[in-house]
Design a protein around this ligand. Structure first.
Ligand code: GGG
Length: 365
């Protein structure tokens, strides 16, 4: 890429710590332009609580259109306690759900890797997590998040009923499983498909579809199946047994938060959410840390910016095919952690914690 062909990025910092950690990525973008001759055309907009406050909606149609037009979207975090008690259509979180659904971003890739320098920060023993490298592929536009019927109904006695429905079709399961199998071929060659087929019809179909796809097209990949509750237990007991985990929307969200603590902190895990490629091979994609807006620490300048920075590295790698720049950022993160720098979430007892901006500056240096 040259300065003559700027890459169009839509940047959506969102709420809480979102803008603080995004600021560090903006510094890295500037550095890449000045030092590596890359060129980004950045458009920034409001989503979540910030958008509700100004426009009365968690996300505007105009922002969705901008997302379609961009080469990639870099998303921060949404969630704002001021809107915690309003109806679902007025929740800040709807911004990310709408973006995923409107852009058909069906495959949410959540890598959980342990940096050598952070092995001691894991909630598990070093000998259990050393070298850990798991890819969780979370289906992200279906399942219980979007199935109908849904809603809150008032019953004849005045009490209420809350409804969500888990729905998966063959094609939804097949396309996300395909992503998992393709990724496994480039990794250790193992996929573990996770559902709860012992109690859920959708889980039964999930297992059947993944098994059939494997038999038809991916016999070179080792496939195993696991119930979601067992998977949670196995991630704590022996996480290195996993290579790629493929699972539905809700289980994927829960299991990746669990996996983040194997790496030291929720503040460490980036993600990429990829959509369907057009004839030219271009696909819509959104990159975001798996953490939310963390309102309890927002504005204090202490949030860990590494998940956001590593999400940007994923954007460079997957959407812009800038492998060197992505690698350079990931190497910088390793080096800074190896030098002993820690934000509060990954600092051990008695270790001095640095601020969000100090961590960002160190990555650039
Ligand atoms: N950066 C991720 C984020 O903002 N998450 C907020 C959230 O509630 N997301 C819904 C989900 O991914 O399940």
């Amino acid at each position: 890429m040259t300065a003559q062909s700027p890459k169009k990025l839509l940047v959506l910092p969102g709420d809480g710590i979102g803008p603080e950690v995004m600021q560090e990525v903006r510094h890295i973008m500037t550095w890449l332009e000045q030092k590596r001759g890359l060129s980004f055309e950045v458009s920034e907009d409001l989503v979540g609580g910030a958008s509700l406050e100004k426009y009365g909606v968690p996300i505007r149609d105009e922002v969705i259109e901008k997302a379609w037009a961009a080469d990639a979207v870099l998303f921060g975090s949404v969630g704002d306690p001021r809107w915690a008690h309003v109806g679902f259509e007025k929740r800040p979180e709807l911004a990310i759900l709408k973006l995923r659904q409107e852009l058909a971003l069906f495959a949410n890739l959540r890598p959980a890797q342990v940096f050598d320098a952070l092995v001691d920060a894991s909630t598990l023993r070093p000998e259990v997590v050393q070298g850990l490298d798991i890819m969780i592929v979370r289906e992200s536009v279906g399942g219980i998040y979007f199935g109908s019927p849904r809603g809150i109904e008032t019953l004849s006695d005045g009490s209420k009923k809350g409804i969500n429905t888990e729905v998966y079709t063959t094609s939804e399961i097949e396309r996300v499983a395909r992503v998992a199998f393709d990724l496994a071929r480039k990794r250790q060659g193992r996929v573990c498909s996770v559902e709860k087929c012992n109690v859920m019809e959708s889980g039964l179909l999930w297992k059947e579809v993944v098994t059939e796809l494997h038999a038809r097209e991916y016999q070179d990949v080792e496939l195993s199946h696991m119930l979601a509750d067992n998977c949670a237990m196995q991630l704590v007991r022996n996480p290195r047994q996993f290579d790629v985990i493929v699972t539905g929307n809700l289980f994927g969200d829960l299991l990746s938060d669990l996996a983040s603590m194997l790496t030291g902190s929720l503040g460490m895990l980036p993600s990429a959410t990829l959509g369907v490629a057009d004839e030219s091979g271009k696909f819509p994609a959104l990159y975001e840390p798996i953490h939310g807006s963390a309102p309890d620490i927002a504005g204090k300048g202490i949030a860990n910016p590494l998940a956001q920075i590593l999400s940007f590295a994923m954007l460079l790698r997957y959407s812009l095919n800038l492998q060197d720049a992505a690698q350079e950022i990931e190497n910088a993160v390793s080096a800074v952690l190896a030098s002993g720098l820690r934000t509060a979430d990954i600092a051990g007892a008695g270790q001095k914690a640095v601020s969000t901006s100090e961590m960002g500056k160190a990555i650039i240096e």
